[in-house]
Design a protein around this ligand. Structure first.
Ligand code: PLP
Length: 377
């Protein structure tokens, strides 16, 4: 098997699994219980949260643990439960788009590279705007957004509001699910008020995520009950999951530079050896994302043919792909219907070797040629 769909899922790293194991068996206690072994588990949980926070330059108290990035994204949007306008990038993941749409949010355009249209953003911010959501890296293209520039614009809007006595706050939320493996994330440097993290994309367990919340942001509970996670997400803590997530994040941080070099080299090899494609994510993309378009060919068919040969790639976001929906991301960057239908997403990861990359280039070339011949017949 050659797995090239790391944007959809990453396997749990061995060291991560080892770190998690004790919390399924001997350290199974409920962290809220009063006896000593439970208190030790509670303290391990807090230490893991502090480690997650530290990885992004924050403190343990600033982090709300959730059951994945979808929940974290949904929780971020409770910042506007008191009313106010929402702006979100047109290429956001559905867990942002769907909640933003329900709140009457307005889309911010992207250019043909998938980069935010800064002028469009500026023109859409008004005195009612309370929350702006822009993912740090896109999950279909890998496009990295200029978050520091965006937060600079927001800072100026806030200063202007202050001068004019307008009290509406303005928050910047970013979904960093795909970025954590390859970008050194620091919330202060990015200038974000809310940041989503996703364990499932960094070789940690699935169903674990976190939302960084800066001190001045007030959120509403996602679930109510025992009052865990500062009352914002009640429910017995997933200690094993959070310990695993913390380990996965610190491993990711350790390997950022090495991994970036490794994937940049893999990307170069693929782009050299593959034939007959149009590169879709031409600029500002994460090193492990290669998005290609074989115009006129049905990429869905390619995927099934590749699967028969043991190669796993994708047409776009895994959830959209399984529902047969047209990619809103590829549409937003201006691709035509046939270009969208011919697009293939390859996302490299720690399971890959250079040998596999050469091998996969050969396999894709032969499958594409076979499809072209079938169409021409
Ligand atoms: N945000 C982005 C950018 C993603 O890629 C994903 C997962 O595919 C999610 C959010 C949702 O994550 P989860 O399904 O773990 O809740």
């Amino acid at each position: 098997m050659i797995y090239l769909d790391h944007a959809a899922a990453t396997p749990v790293a061995k060291k991560v699994l080892e770190a998690m194991k004790p919390y399924f068996t001997e350290d199974f206690f409920n962290p809220s219980a009063a006896y000593l072994p439970a208190k030790k588990v509670a303290s391990d949980y807090e230490a893991a949260k502090a480690e997650i926070a530290h990885a992004i330059g924050a403190k343990g108290n600033d982090i709300i643990i959730t059951a994945g990035a979808t929940e974290a994204n949904n929780l971020a949007f409770t910042a506007i439960d008191g009313g106010g306008g929402v702006l979100y990038l047109s290429t956001e993941h559905d867990s942002v788009r769907e909640v933003a749409k329900r709140l009457g949010g307005e889309e911010i355009r992207v250019n043909s590279y998938g980069l935010i249209d800064i002028e469009d953003l500026k023109s859409k911010i008004n005195d009612d705007t309370r929350l702006i959501s822009v993912a740090l890296a896109n999950n279909e293209l890998g496009t990295i957004q200029p978050l520091a520039e965006i937060s600079g614009i927001i800072r100026n809007v806030k200063i202007d509001r202050l001068k004019r006595g307008i009290k509406t706050p303005l928050y910047l939320h970013s979904d960093a699910s795909q970025a954590t493996n390859l970008l050194d994330i620091n919330v202060a440097r990015l200038g974000v008020d809310l940041l989503t993290l996703n364990s499932a994309k960094v070789y940690g367990p699935k169903g674990v995520g976190a939302l960084y919340v800066s001190h001045d942001v007030r959120l509403k509970p996602l679930t109510v009950g025992g009052g865990q996670e500062n009352g914002l997400r009640s429910g017995t803590e997933n200690v094993a999951g959070v310990v695993g997530f913390a380990k996965a994040l610190s491993l990711a941080k350790e390997h950022i530079n090495g991994n970036r070099k490794k994937y940049a080299n893999f990307k170069k090899i693929l782009l050299n050896e593959l034939q007959g494609y149009e590169l879709v994510n031409k600029k500002h993309a994460l090193d492990n994302f290669v998005v290609l378009c074989y115009n006129g060919i049905d990429a869905e068919r390619l995927i099934y043919l590749l699967e028969d040969l043991g190669v796993y790639v994708s047409t776009g976001a895994a959830c959209a792909a399984s529902k047969g929906k047209k990619s809103h991301v590829l549409e937003a960057i201006g691709l035509s219907d046939t270009e969208i239908a011919g697009s293939l997403r390859i996302t490299m990861g720690e399971t890959n070797t250079e040998e596999q990359i050469h091998e996969v280039a050969k396999i894709i070339n032969s499958v594409v040629q076979q499809e072209q011949e079938r169409i021409e017949l």
